[in-house]
Every structure is written in structure tokens, then in C-alpha cells.
Ligand binder design. Structure first.
Ligand code: ADP
Ligand code: MG
Ligand code: ZN
Length: 480
């Protein structure tokens, strides 16, 4: 029997506000436990929540950026459950009337055979909610602790339709969402630190069957690579179960990154056993027309628009445009280089080859990187103006990148400036030809491939500094 995979994703994005969603406590990360806590977020009796305006603005902007309808009236609801990291005994979230609904996102991806695909993924809803705290279990102290610094930190939850059919699609969707969040500047999108968290709902069904199969929900996955692995593992597990005549049960499963497997965390019989009800402490949220208009007008250029501009105005290939535009930092860097050296195709090649390689190897963000756009522009100019050879440009890249050095000064100090002066070049060419009479004869007899042999010798003599164009012209003339 052939099976089809069905995936729907729930993404929690932590919003980059200065203060929490319903109180004035700081959201700053890395503080001592329970430093960012007040009566409201620690759930004292008799206190009242007050909505942080930035949270609705950010949630609405995410909705606008993903083609949602922004509901001008939305309702906060209590989701009731007990857990030590939730002192109120309920989480303030949204249920019946979320702030955004009915959106979609266009994604594209490449499969294992290198074939390109595109698809539209439905976004069911986006709602606002508060984060819970953290339980810390200490073996050393044989005790558990509760840290409420994260309690009340604002989140948006973005729920997709069950529209994805493979791990590739799921990862492409997540990358596209994250990219938009970063473009909007409303979330820092860090999977490892948990500011961008994904729960993956996965089911399988026989090809051709209309009804969805029973789903499992995977939690605890903190990198794109692990999301891909976790989905593939879970799909295989479900297919095995069915082929063995057993049933998939609806449950929440945890991904174990070390083992690459999933295991049951808790069963989930009824989806809605949280006794949601409208929060009586918060009035319905009504968004004025003017606000909505302002937010719409203040949306930045989004990744899809930027990609289109790179293709239309700069004539980049679709692949290059996608690669450069999907990360805002990299796209900004690219355009800053262009302000100094306006040759998009050349700059793209340096960025996707050398710059991204070094950036990945150093595990740095663009902001942390010491090699600033003006240095990159200078390096490309040195090569384009034949001041240094492309080979030297590539050779010195690691050094100037790592240490943030001015390439112009660097090549002067190290004496790497290309030899483009014909009399000094001619001396080297003559020497190499004189030293290799057999090759000279063979070249004259038609073995033109020997050009690269001569070039190699000359580069060795000049430590890579000879102007290759001038050298090959000189050799051709001398040996014709
Ligand atoms: P809950 O809030 O209980 O997790 P929802 O109905 O809100 O349940 O669904 C959550 C997510 O599960 C959505 O992204 C939805 O697309 C996805 N989903 C629902 N049914 C299935 C299914 N059979 N297979 C895969 N994903 C599903
Ligand atoms: Mg869920
Ligand atoms: Zn507080």
C-alpha cells in the first residue's frame, strides 16, 4: 500500500517587545531566575492584566504579511490547565475569535533529486498568547525550581492548514515564516533558544483516501535539520504501525535529538479539554481602522517582494535571488555592498561563495561579522580593476573576513598587488619559456593545452601575482 503524509504546523513565535504582554515587566533574556516578575505575571489574586499595544500591532502585521484577514474584533480567552510554571492556573490566549485568520503563504523548495516545486500553504489562524514559565529540575540539589521570568512573555501562535505533504515542504514553510518574522523585525527567530518553536502534527493515509489519518503531535524540535529528521522518523513509524495491523493513536510525542526517534509524552483524547472561556478581565480587542491602515502602510518590503525586485531590477537568477533575499541580514548586506560597487551579479557570486561559506564556518551572524559591506565592496573592486588577481582575492578572503581587515591596505602591506606592468611580466614570461624548451616546441606544434602549464609556472614565479590576461596574450604572441 502507498501512503501519503499529511502535516500541519503550529508555530510559536516570541515577540520582540521590551515588556511582557499584560504587565510592565522586562522580557530581557538571561536574567537571574524570577528577576523579571511582578504581581500580574506571577498570578497574584486581585490583579488585572493590561494588553501591551505592541503585541496586537505585531500580531496584526504578521497577519497582513501572510495574507490573513485581521479581525477588527478579537477576544482573549482563558485556557485552563494546571502546571507549576503557570501560577494563574490558566494561560491567556485566544480561541473563538483570534486576531488573524484565513491567510496563506507561498513556498518553494527543492527535492532530493534537485527538482523545484512551489505550493500555497493555508494559514488557519494567528493568535496572541502569553508564554508560561520554566521548571528547572536539579539532580544535584534533588529539587525542582520554578522560574517565572518567561511567564507573560508575548507569543503569537501561527497555525497552518494540514496542507503539507513532506518534510521538505514543512521545512520550506517554516523557513518562509521565519524569514517574514525577521523582515518584520518582530521576532528573532532563534530555534535553539526557543524564540521560534514548532509543533508538527503528522498523519499518514493510504493514497487516494479522502479522510485524514490519526495524527501525532511532535514537540521539542529545535533545528530545521531535526524537524526534517523528526518528521521522516514519525512518518515511517506510523506506516510501520499500520502495516503491522496496529493503529496510530492521537498523542503528543517528544523528539529525542540524540537518538533521532520520537516517544510518547502524553495522550490526547479530546482536543479541547481546556475549558476555554472568554477572559472576564480583558475587554474584547477592537482595532480601529486608522491603526490597521497605519500598520499596513508601515509594512516593510517582504522577502517575496525583495526576491522579485532582485530578479526584475538586477537580473539575478531566481535561485540567487531566493538565496540572497530569504535572510534579511544577508539581503541588507548585499545591498550595502551594491551601494559602493553596483555590479549585482559579481557581488552575488562573492556573497554566495566566499562570504556565506566563511559566515557558516565561523557560526557568526551578519551583525557579528567583522567584515563589513564596504570591505567586501573594496575587495571585489580590487579584483575587478585587476589590482589583484581573482586567485589572490580568494586566497586572502579568510584572513580579511575573520579579522575584519581593509583589503586595500592588506594587499599593499603584503605586496600582493598584481603585476600588470608589461616589462616586469615579460621578463618572467621569457624566463619560463627559456627554462622549458620542450614545452615551447610542443606548444608551437599545436599542443595548446600547454598554456595552463606555462601559466602555472609563471604564477609560481610571481607568487600568484601575474595578470593572467596579459600573460596568456604575451605567450600567444611570443609563440605564434
Ligand atoms: P490542537 O489545537 O488540539 O493541536 P488543531 O485542530 O488546532 O488542534 O490542529 C492543530 C494542527 O494540526 C493544525 O496545524 C492542523 O493543520 C493540524 N492537523 C489537524 N489534523 C491533522 C491531521 N489529521 N494530520 C496532520 N495534521 C493535522
Ligand atoms: Mg496542537
Ligand atoms: Zn510582570
Amino acid at each position: 500500500m502507498q501512503f501519503e503524509t499529511v502535516i500541519g504546523l503550529e508555530v510559536h513565535a516570541q515577540l520582540k517587545t521590551k515588556t511582557k504582554i499584560f504587565c510592565g515587566c522586562s522580557t530581557e533574556f538571561g536574567k537571574d531566575p524570577n528577576e523579571n516578575v511582578c504581581e500580574v505575571c506571577s498570578g497574584m489574586p486581585g490583579v488585572l492584566p493590561v494588553l501591551n499595544e505592541k503585541v496586537m500591532e505585531y500580531a496584526a502585521k504578521m497577519g497582513l504579511a501572510t495574507n490573513c484577514t485581521v479581525n477588527q474584533k478579537s477576544i482573549f480567552a482563558r485556557k485552563n490547565y494546571f502546571y507549576p510554571d503557570l501560577p494563574k492556573g490558566y494561560q491567556i490566549s485566544q480561541f473563538d475569535l483570534p486576531i488573524c485568520e484565513h491567510g496563506h503563504l507561498d513556498i518553494s523548495w527543492e527535492d532530493a533529486d534537485g527538482e523545484k516545486h512551489g505550493k500555497r500553504i493555508g494559514i488557519t489562524r494567528i493568535h496572541m498568547e502569553e508564554d508560561a514559565g520554566k521548571n528547572i529540575h536539579s539532580v544535584a540539589e534533588n529539587a525542582s525550581f520554578v522560574d517565572l521570568n518567561r511567564t507573560g512573555v508575548p507569543l503569537i501562535e501561527i497555525v497552518s492548514e494540514p496542507d503539507m505533504r513532506s518534510a521538505d515542504e514543512a521545512v520550506a514553510y517554516l523557513k518562509a515564516l521565519r524569514s517574514i518574522l525577521l523582515y518584520l523585525g518582530i521576532c528573532d527567530g532563534n530555534l535553539e533558544e526557543g524564540s521560534f518553536r514548532c509543533d508538527a502534527n503528522i498523519s499518514v493515509r493510504p493514497v487516494g483516501q479522502k479522510e485524514f489519518g490519526t495524527r501525532a503531535e511532535l514537540k521539542n524540535i529545535n533545528s530545521f535539520r531535526n524537524i526534517h529528521k523528526a518528521i521522516r522518523y514519525e512518518v515511517a513509524r506510523q506506516i510501520d504501525l499500520i502495516e503491522d495491523g496496529e493503529k496510530v493513536i492521537q498523542e503528543t510525542r517528544l523528539y529525542d535529538a540524540d537518538k533521532g526517534t520520537t516517544h510518547s509524552m502524553r495522550g490526547k483524547e479530546e482536543a479541547h479539554d481546556y475549558r476555554y472561556f472568554p477572559d472576564p478581565d480583558l475587554v474584547p480587542l477592537v482595532i480601529a481602522d486608522e491603526w490597521l491602515g497605519e500598520w499596513q502602510a508601515s509594512l516593510p518590503e517582504l522577502p517575496a517582494e525583495r526576491k522579485a525586485r532582485f530578479i526584475d531590477d538586477m537580473e539575478l537568477s531566481a535561485d540567487d535571488a531566493e538565496l540572497i533575499s530569504s535572510e534579511k541580514d544577508i539581503a541588507d548586506y548585499f545591498e550595502e555592498v551594491l551601494e559602493i560597487h553596483n555590479d549585482p551579479k559579481k557581488v552575488v557570486n562573492w556573497i554566495k561563495g566566499d562570504f556565506l561559506r566563511e559566515l557558516n564556518q565561523s557560526e557568526m551572524t551578519v551583525a557579528e561579522c567583522k567584515f563589513k559591506p564596504e570591505m567586501m565592496a573594496k575587495l571585489i573592486q580590487l579584483v575587478d580593476k585587476d589590482t589583484i588577481s581573482i586567485k589572490i582575492g580568494k586566497d586572502i578572503f579568510n584572513d580579511v573576513f575573520t579579522n575584519g581587515l581593509d583589503p586595500e591596505k592588506y594587499v599593499k602591506d603584503k605586496g600582493l598587488v598584481q603585476i600588470s606592468d608589461s616589462s616586469s611580466l615579460e621578463a618572467v614570461v621569457d624566463k619560463v619559456l627559456a627554462d622549458n624548451p620542450d614545452e615551447v616546441e610542443a606548444f608551437k606544434g599545436g599542443k595548446k593545452k600547454l598554456m595552463s602549464f606555462f601559466m602555472g609556472q609563471i604564477m609560481r614565479e610571481t607568487k600568484g601575482k601575474a595578470n593572467p590576461g596579459m600573460v596568456s596574450k604575451m605567450i600567444s604572441e611570443k609563440l605564434s
